[in-house]
Design a protein around this ligand. Structure first.
Ligand SMILES: O=C(O)c1ccccc1NCC(=O)[C@H](O)[C@H](O)COP(=O)(O)O
Length: 268
């Protein structure tokens, strides 16, 4: 799949999915389901705690991605979630997009039911209906991608997510997007190292943007992290929160891979 227009293609698909979802479950229904969902588990709080101990790890569950194709066809979501928890994950990130990542809301529910970790719904959230839907499926945090929606929409979605008890991870890819990200209240500021035009990852993207992020925000470096040396290098630059997917999901034992990658930067 060509990388040049991937985000626009995904967003076009989302608009169709949202319209279909709204026909099936009108806003009033999904809002009621969101308010009846089990309480959230404190995503940001868990990140703060583990970052202070050396490294907060958001361990991702996904079958495929546009850049990698199929990563793990025979995925046992519950087993991986439980293994991540045993091996010290701080939180989970679960892809719920079906078309491009092979995920589903059922994956999020299965992962959350299999452990006690807070769970990020990793999807392309651009509409209030999806925020209610996220909480209804059990999400503790949603991802808001700066390139996916205008600032005023991101602020509205953040406000709604917070009102439902969820945390927000806001994601940017460059300095201009970071300026928009910092208009949000959330402390969780993701820097995605993957260039969506070329699919290449540069960990320097995180390092270059670090000085522009005010104290009090927590930088989450995302994408392309795959070796203990890379983790040590980012840690030395002051990064304490990491979102890792492919390196874990493509390993024979994802939980063991987490342990291997992060043992050098964790206390105790
Ligand atoms: O990964 C992709 O190909 C991709 C394409 C278009 C939009 C988003 C995409 N990835 C989502 C992510 O941000 C990653 O799943 C996440 O950061 C983990 O990255 P990695 O550890 O490199 O799998």
């Amino acid at each position: 799949m060509s990388a040049s227009d991937i985000l626009q293609r995904i967003l076009a698909t989302k608009r169709t999915e949202i319209a279909a979802g709204q026909r099936e479950r009108p806003l009033a229904q999904v809002e009621r389901e969101a308010r009846e969902a089990p309480p959230t588990r404190g995503f940001e709080q868990a990140i703060r705690r583990d970052a202070a101990l050396g490294a907060a790890v958001i361990a991702e569950i996904k079958r495929a991605s546009p850049s990698a194709g199929t990563i793990r066809a025979d995925l046992d979501v519950a087993a991986v979630a439980a293994s991540y928890e045993r091996n010290g994950a701080t939180c989970l990130s679960v892809l719920t997009d079906r078309e491009y990542f092979g995920g589903s809301p059922a994956d999020l529910r299965a992962a959350r039911d299999a452990c006690r970790l807070p769970v990020l719904r990793k999807d392309f959230v651009v509409d209030p209906w999806q925020v209610y839907e996220s909480r209804a499926m059990g999400a503790d945090c949603i991802l808001l991608i700066v390139g996916a929606a205008p600032a005023h929409t991101l602020l509205e979605l953040e406000h709604l997510a917070k009102s439902l008890g969820m945390d927000v991870l806001v994601e940017s890819h460059d300095g201009a997007e970071l300026e928009v990200a910092l208009q949000l209240q959330t402390a969780l500021v993701g820097i995605n190292n993957r260039d969506l035009r070329t699919f290449t990852t540069r960990l320097e993207t995180t390092v270059e943007l670090l000085p522009a992020i005010p104290t009090g925000r927590i930088v989450v470096t995302e994408s392309g992290i795959g070796t203990p040396d890379q983790v040590l290098g980012l840690k030395a630059q002051g990064v304490s929160a990491y979102l890792v997917g492919s390196a874990f999901m493509s390993a024979p034992d994802p939980g063991a891979e987490l342990s291997k990658l992060f043992s050098g930067v964790r206390k105790g």
